[in-house]
Design a binder for this molecule. Structure first.
Ligand code: ZN
Length: 194
């Protein structure tokens, strides 16, 4: 089942995700639905907040993007990125491994908004997967960028928070428009409940 993706202005996008203690059938179903939603929206990542759940859960699949390379190291050895996808991140902890680098980003919660964001080029990731296995790996390039973007969502941080002030100012009309539409839709749905 595909879920509705929530847009900028929805308060849940600012909520820190609660840790997941057990991978219950409900969590498994949410992962399945999020995966379907991410593919339907042509996204390379999706956080639980973006579909209305403030949890430490996000999905990644960078296979569709062929012009921006990713690197992956597991147990000290280079590993195949494609075989590692789709990747489920549960309670992830990210540690930067090198210097920040600027690169283009978009976000499913900000339709048609793109900007260069500066982040460490490679990171170490400690996470659980959907089976509850503990994974530790190092990654670089697009995969590292996507994971950091999603991990930010799990803390209620959005990519606009990491934009340069100049870029954010330049995008202000678009950002205000998305926020305005989201708030108007929320107001309408609240009225419908009453
Ligand atoms: Zn995003």
């Amino acid at each position: 089942m595909t879920l509705s993706v929530l847009y900028y202005g929805h308060p849940i996008l600012r909520k820190k995700g609660a840790p997941i203690d057990a991978i219950t059938p409900e969590i498994q179903k949410l992962i399945e639905d999020m995966r379907e939603t991410m593919y339907a929206a042509n996204g390379i990542g999706l956080a639980a907040q973006q579909v209305g759940h403030a949890l430490q859960l996000a999905l990644i699949d960078v296979r569709e993007v062929t012009d921006r390379p990713s690197t992956l190291t597991i147990n000290g050895k280079p590993a195949d990125v494609a075989k590692f996808m789709p990747l489920t991140l549960i309670n992830p902890v990210i540690t930067p491994l090198n210097e920040p680098e600027a690169g283009p980003e978009g976000c499913l919660s900000f339709p048609e908004v793109y900007a260069d964001i500066t982040r460490p080029e490679s990171v170490e990731v400690k996470t659980q997967n959907e089976k509850g296995d503990q994974l530790v790996f190092q990654c670089g390039g697009l995969l590292a960028r996507a994971i950091q973007h999603e991990a930010d969502h799990l803390s209620g941080i959005l990519f606009i928070d990491r934009m340069s002030p100049t870029k954010k100012q330049e995008l202000k009309p678009e950002l205000d428009e998305i926020q305005h539409r989201t708030k108007a839709a929320l107001k309408k749905s609240l009225k419908a409940i009453r």
